[in-house]
Design a protein around this ligand. Structure first.
Ligand SMILES: [Zn+2]
Length: 64
């Protein structure tokens, strides 16, 4: 399994879920169309996926 491909990625701010394309470094990002948060994911290894959530400017990440 290569690092490139599609991943299901969920916005941890509003739980919107979509598919994103990973590049050759296993990295993908999206701007959530629902709440505007930025989500980045990186496949560190097959057993480790790192996801970062950035709240939209002027907002904080929703606690849910
Ligand atoms: Zn969202």
């Amino acid at each position: 399994m290569g690092k490139m491909g599609t991943s299901r990625l969920m916005c941890h701010n509003c739980h919107y879920e979509t598919y994103v394309l990973r590049d050759e470094h296993g990295f993908a990002e999206m701007q959530c169309p629902c709440c505007g948060a930025k989500i980045t994911m990186r496949m560190v290894s097959r057993r480790h996926v790192q996801i970062d959530v950035y709240a939209p400017k002027g907002q904080v990440v929703l606690d849910n």
